[in-house]
Design a binder for this molecule. Structure first.
Ligand SMILES: Cc1cc2nc3c(=O)[nH]c(=O)nc-3n(C[C@H](O)[C@H](O)[C@H](O)COP(=O)(O)OP(=O)(O)OC[C@H]3O[C@@H](n4cnc5c(N)ncnc54)[C@H](O)[C@@H]3O)c2cc1C
Length: 384
């Protein structure tokens, strides 16, 4: 246990890997520990790759705007294709309630500089031909949003992080801490003990258990969501479609066509399914197929390749938990990413670097306000 690090990151997922790259790039020594055999094997690889800045609060909007800059410029900067596609997002409205909600949000989103437009049904059909027109009142369209492959991005980021000097230990589970004078002095795994000036909890769906090892309770509860991917087909879709309506057994659902032509889809079950069970269910595919054909009938003959089930690490208000703990005061949280950890990852890594090094940017106080670990969790993120 001779070597001591500037930062130990618990979790090599959507957050931990970009954080490792950010710290190593800035010449700080960083060790990432993960219980799985390789990076991105937790919830990261379960993400369907949607990336949007169209949120309802400044923190998430700013972090994701920065993420989009990073994702969209990745290939040019690092020469690695991550299947970035600037297809945009759309939220078609079929009810008066959703039209009003989306139009009200547009005002806030425009104030933050987002170029989201409201399209008439006919304008929207131009972008997403074949969309059901009965009852369609219009749609938002955010051309700046997009999609990328979580598998390709996290792998590429992992190799970059190692190139900058970050170290990774896989197949090693963090099992406890030694705490002396209100600081974590040792991070204990099932195989080793490590020393570090600071420790970052980026353990996703296990965030609560890992925090409890340091005597802290944080409200992160996983709930499960299912997703699937089709065979590749000719380009036939524009932006991601987020159908906000409730259906039998489901809340909203969303789908898009990726850069390889595959249609990727995901559904929010109703009621939500709490816990860590990740076995695929037989109910998911018939339910989502029905919904998809209803809103875009031309997809009726699409052949599905694979489905899977993964976890959203949820907080009560839908905002992440990011910041330094009062005690032990060298423990930082970057957890509770809900259904948006992949899109938040690269932008959040820069914010976390500024938090740990206390080298804040002008608008960090506002960005971090809703992420404060000591907030009352009574608010609600509209687009969580
Ligand atoms: C079906 C589905 C679709 C989704 N779609 C999207 C999407 O389109 N866009 C988007 O942005 N997000 C999406 N998400 C959400 C996204 O996957 C998560 O928010 C994100 O992966 C969380 O990142 P994380 O780094 O917090 O956790 P993870 O990526 O899960 O990383 C946490 C890591 O910590 C490790 N770990 C845990 N405990 C320990 C321990 N004690 N010791 C060592 N290691 C430990 C785990 O092995 C894991 O690798 C989706 C999720 C699901 C399930």
């Amino acid at each position: 246990m001779s070597k001591s690090y500037d930062l130990i990151v618990i979790g090599a997922g959507s957050i931990g890997v970009p954080v490792a790259m950010e710290f190593a790039k800035n010449k700080l020594s960083v060790l990432v520990i993960d219980a799985m055999p390789s990076p991105g094997q937790g919830e990261d690889k379960k993400a369907i790759g949607g990336i949007r800045a169209s949120h309802s609060d400044k923190g998430k909007i700013r972090v994701c705007q920065r993420s989009i800059e990073i994702f969209s410029g990745w290939d040019e900067l690092y020469g690695a294709d991550i299947c970035w596609r600037d297809n945009g997002y759309s939220f078609p409205a079929y009810t008066e309630e959703h039209e009003t909600l989306l139009k009200d949000l547009l005002r806030i989103q425009h104030d933050f500089g987002l170029t989201i437009q409201w399209l008439s049904p006919e304008e929207y059909r131009e972008l997403n031909p074949g969309i059901r027109m009965d009852g369609l009142r219009g749609s938002t369209y955010s051309p700046g949003d997009g999609s990328a492959s979580p598998l390709l991005f996290t792998q590429s980021c992992y190799f970059k992080a190692m190139g900058y000097g970050a170290e990774f230990r896989f197949n090693e589970r963090v099992v406890g801490f030694s705490i002396e004078n209100s600081r974590i002095s040792v991070v204990k795994t099932n195989k080793n003990h490590y020393r570090s000036a600071c420790v970052l909890n980026a353990s996703g769906a296990s965030a609560r258990e890992v925090s409890q090892m340091a005597g802290i309770d944080i409200p992160v509860e996983p709930d499960s969501h299912e997703a699937g991917i089709s065979e590749p087909v000719e380009p036939c879709m524009g932006p991601m479609v987020v159908d906000m309506r409730q259906g039998p057994g489901s809340k909203n659902f969303y789908f898009y066509q990726n850069s390889e032509g595959q249609v990727v889809f995901c559904l929010t079950p109703d009621p939500l399914t709490w816990g860590k069970d990740c076995r695929a269910t037989s109910g998911f595919l018939p339910m989502i197929a029905r919904r998809m054909i209803t809103i875009m009938p031309k997809l009726a003959n699409l052949r599905v390749r694979r489905t899977w089930r993964g976890l959203y690490p949820m907080t009560p208000d839908g905002f992440p938990i990011v910041g330094r703990m009062r005690e032990p005061d060298n423990l930082y949280q970057a957890v509770g990413m809900c259904g948006q950890g992949f899109m938040l990852g690269p932008g959040m890594a820069e914010v976390i670097y500024r938090v740990v090094t206390e080298d804040y940017h002008e608008d960090d106080t506002e960005i971090l306000e809703n992420f404060n670990p000591y907030r009352d969790f009574k608010g609600q993120e509209v687009f969580k």
